[in-house]
Design a protein around this ligand. Structure first.
Ligand code: SF4
Length: 475
């Protein structure tokens, strides 16, 4: 197959809808029937099991406030600069951490911590440190593995604060940048310059963090191959150890602020595809290796060996990490929790969240209680997303199934993927091809049993989410 054929096939696939797998099933399907009582049961079970086997978890803290609305944003945010609102939420976050600790009945097994948002870096250093001190009191581990924070370089950040972060134990930083072109920045209500980022990334700062990430986007309004080349050149001067280069999705139907982006100014799908190829090529020349779907990492990153050489990769809503924390305890409005394969999400709205916390109740708005089929399919989907390979024997040994028989209904879709030269298959492995690397999501999609369901009440077995916890007990 020639390059032109491959390009047109990629474009054809990319016109189709697909899941965005940071969870399986995707969180749009989680049910409001999964509530606090389900969470309590799963969390107590987790605690009980941990008495015998030492499990681990990451504490994810979501701070949703941002001073300004960026137009490309898909995160759950609340736009305000009011410091009293920040302080109130910091107190509620601390209370929620203590609530989880009391429910667990012992010190929490915390390996990793991630401050996400929103913009956690708008908080004063003392407020971040205050939260870390509460975590110290309830954490089984005296020394954490990975402690990360997302940074908006425009607000409240300077070299001193970054060094203070590192003294408090934070060892990974991630800068939201998106693009360095002025016209693009204006169109998305967010501009950054080389000098601004250079003044933050001093030698001392670089020496204090083991991973420095930039978040970037392609497919933005007014972006062109030429403007992207300039952004990539600036990246080559600034040398982050990691990049997340996402494809921009214009969804004014879901995010009202995106109605301010005129779709006429967006690159078409062919140009977007060319941008993606340009990024991959440029970053390869700069010695970055591709990680999963859309991340890139170089040898200066602390986790390069784990993630690239050992392929020890875990993907979740906050990107890729080595498999050090299999469970995530989400804290703060909209935060997502993943415990023993089950999912829970906190209330989005502050009044709901605050009310639950003031009553010492877990602020669970919805979730998903997984059955054994969900767990098997999730494993296969993430093996594809992370490494582009499925070892059928692993599933046969672990779950006592015959892989080909178990996925017999998926065989026509797999056949189509083979015909299109996206995968090869033998008795042990499903492997992506070179062209399949560009279309991993569509390979993973073949194993998603929920892909045709529109909302949380369309379960394939006609049962409600609350019934499923009993199914799980019987499995
Ligand atoms: S991109 Fe970041 S800073 Fe901008 S609105 Fe979204 S969360 Fe806030």
């Amino acid at each position: 197959m020639n390059i032109t054929h491959n390009k047109s096939l990629i474009v054809e696939y990319k016109k189709k809808k697909s899941g965005w797998y940071t969870h399986y099933p995707i969180n749009g399907l989680w049910s409001e029937e999964v509530q606090d009582n389900h969470f309590v049961e799963v969390f107590k079970n987790f605690s009980q099991k941990n008495k015998d086997i030492d499990k681990d978890s990451q504490l994810y803290i979501h701070f949703p406030f941002c001073p300004k609305q960026c137009l490309f944003c898909h995160c759950f945010t609340l736009i305000t600069s009011k410091k009293d609102k920040y302080s109130q939420l910091v107190n509620e976050i601390k209370n929620e951490i203590i609530l989880k600790y009391e429910l667990y009945g012992d010190k929490l097994p915390i390996n990793d911590i991630h401050f996400g948002g929103g913009s956690p870096s708008v908080l004063d250093f003392e407020q971040i440190n205050d939260i870390l001190n509460v975590i110290k009191k309830v954490s089984k581990q005296e020394k954490w593995n990975d402690v990360a924070i997302e940074i908006d370089p425009r607000n409240n950040v300077n070299e001193k604060i970054l060094i203070d972060y590192s003294k408090a134990g934070i060892n990974r930083i991630s800068f939201g940048i998106q693009d360095f072109d002025k016209r693009v920045g204006k169109a998305i209500n967010r501009t950054h310059t080389f000098d601004e980022i250079k003044s933050l990334l001093t030698d001392t700062v670089r020496g204090n963090f083991r991973s420095i990430n930039f978040d970037l986007l392609y497919g933005l309004p007014f972006q062109s191959l030429d403007s992207l080349k300039k952004t990539l050149e600036i990246i080559s001067w600034l040398k982050p150890t990691r990049l997340a280069y996402y494809s921009f999705q214009h969804r004014p139907d879901l995010y009202r602020h995106q109605t301010a982006i005129n779709s006429d100014n967006l690159p078409n799908i062919e140009l977007k595809n060319a941008m993606n190829l340009l990024i991959q090529d440029a970053l390869k020349k700069l010695n970055y290796k591709k990680l999963g779907l859309d991340h890139y990492i170089n040898e200066d990153d602390y986790y390069y060996k784990d993630l690239i050489l050992k392929k020890n990769i875990e993907r979740n809503a906050i990107g890729y990490s080595p498999k050090t924390s299999h469970n995530i305890i989400g804290i703060g409005p909209s935060a997502m929790t993943s415990i023993d394969g089950h999912y829970f999400q906190n209330f989005y709205t502050l009044p709901n969240y605050s009310e639950k916390i003031s009553k010492k109740l877990n602020p669970i708005a919805r979730g998903w209680i997984s059955n054994i089929d969900d767990i098997i399919r999730r494993g296969v989907i993430f093996d594809i997303i992370n490494n582009g390979i499925v070892n059928k024997k692993k599933y046969e040994d672990r779950y006592k199934i015959n892989f080909n028989e178990y996925f017999i209904k998926e065989s026509p879709q797999l056949l189509k993927l083979k015909k299109d030269n996206l995968i090869t298959e033998n008795s042990i492995y499903i492997n992506e091809t070179e062209i399949g690397k560009e279309l991993r999501i569509y390979i993973a999609n073949a194993f998603d049993i929920y892909k045709t369901y529109k909302h949380s009440k369309d379960f394939f077995d006609g049962k409600k989410a609350s019934d499923r916890i009993y199914q799980l007990r019987n499995n």
